[in-house]
Ligand binder design. Structure first.
Ligand code: BGC
Length: 346
């Protein structure tokens, strides 16, 4: 069983203490913050046993409070984009923050990523909780959310999400960690090999909002059903890639229930990350917009220096009745699991 210890990280600008929770199982260690419920560090061995921190992040609370890259954080109430920041539910129109070309991205200014979550530990499990009042960010209903983190002896970081609202509402929670299997700040991820368990992806327009089409990946640069280097086709003259400047797309996962969504590996270090989820989609964002952010221990995160594998409901699903629904009835429990499994191949 992994140990879980509680430390002080730093203070927010309003003087509140941010806690750092460290999971250690003798092979892998993971740090989580109660600020943004962020995964702040993941140290894993390479094939010679050398440890590196493979997730992007900041050294202090100020970095997380200022950022717009969403390093490591839990995104809510609605991960990804909603067209016009607007949706209808039970005949009523709800207007959200329009923080991205008139659309709502990652819930805007009221997002959970900037909140200091309440915390509790229970054995090897960290429980983070928050409440979001009716109307916050434009969303309906008083919502209670809980995120549980646990590290197993099999090097799996298990993330369990739970939410319940007193009105019919929408919910779509994800973890927005960026990974670089060479170590954060160690170049780009273009030579990482990626496999995605998806036969289709959601086509998007130039604002990265789904058009409603779900093209087959076959014969396109989106076919990752077998491993391909991330950089192999990212620069191709492909309208879907060019629309958003590289991979920044939701893949419609094959199968149902908890299953493999994606697998990322890097042959020089032997590090491998496998992502499992019970959700219908995964946003693969190749860090196309990173511009040299100052990260942990003086690292600079340039373009494509990390890749985010965000398990989720499809973007803009509140406006797309044909997509799997993220609507929960009043009192209905939202429950979802995502697992990051860290391995090394020799
Ligand atoms: C989105 C990107 C966005 C990034 C940072 C990702 O989830 O897909 O388009 O640039 O988050 O906000």
């Amino acid at each position: 069983m992994a140990t879980l210890t509680v430390h002080k990280f730093s203070k927010t600008k309003s003087g509140e203490i941010v806690r750092l929770f460290r999971f250690e199982n003798g092979t892998v260690s993971v740090d989580v913050l109660n600020l943004g419920a962020a995964v702040a560090a993941v140290r894993t061995p390479d094939k010679s046993g050398k440890l590196a921190d493979i997730c992007l992040g900041y050294s202090d609370a100020a970095g997380y409070e200022k950022q717009d890259c969403y390093f490591g954080v839990v995104v809510g109430r609605y991960a990804n984009r909603i067209r016009g920041g607007r949706f209808q539910l039970n005949g009523q129109v709800y207007q959200l923050d329009q923080n991205d070309h008139g659309n709502c991205l990652h819930s805007g200014a009221a997002g959970f990523d900037k909140r200091l979550w309440d915390w509790e530990t229970e054995g090897d499990t960290l429980i983070l909780r928050l409440e979001s009042p009716n109307g916050e960010g434009g969303f309906p209903g008083d919502l209670r959310v809980e995120v549980r983190y646990r590290l197993t002896d099999e090097n799996e970081l298990i993330i369990d999400y739970r939410g319940v609202c007193d009105q019919d509402s929408i919910l779509n929670l994800t973890n927005h960690s960026y990974f670089n299997l060479n170590g954060h700040g160690k170049g780009d991820i273009l030579r990482h090999q990626l496999r995605i368990n998806a036969s289709r992806f959601t086509r998007v327009d130039a604002e990265a909002i789904p058009t409603g089409e779900l093209p087959l990946v076959e014969g396109t640069p989106f076919d990752f059903r077998e491993f391909h280097p991330v950089g192999e086709r990212i620069g191709q003259e492909d309208a879907d890639l060019q629309a958003v400047g590289g991979y920044d797309h939701n893949f419609a996962l094959d199968g149902e229930g908890l299953r493999e969504a994606a697998c990322l590996k890097e042959s020089y270090t032997g590090r491998k990350l496998t992502v499992y989820t019970d959700l219908p989609g995964i946003q693969v964002y190749a860090g196309n917009m990173l511009k040299g952010e100052s990260g942990k221990s003086g690292a600079r995160y340039g373009k494509r220096s990390g890749i985010a594998l965000e398990t989720q409901y499809f973007p803009d699903s509140p406006n797309r009745p044909e997509f799997p629904s993220c609507v929960k009835k009043a009192g209905e429990i939202y429950e979802s699991r995502t697992v990051y499994r860290f391995d090394v191949e020799t």
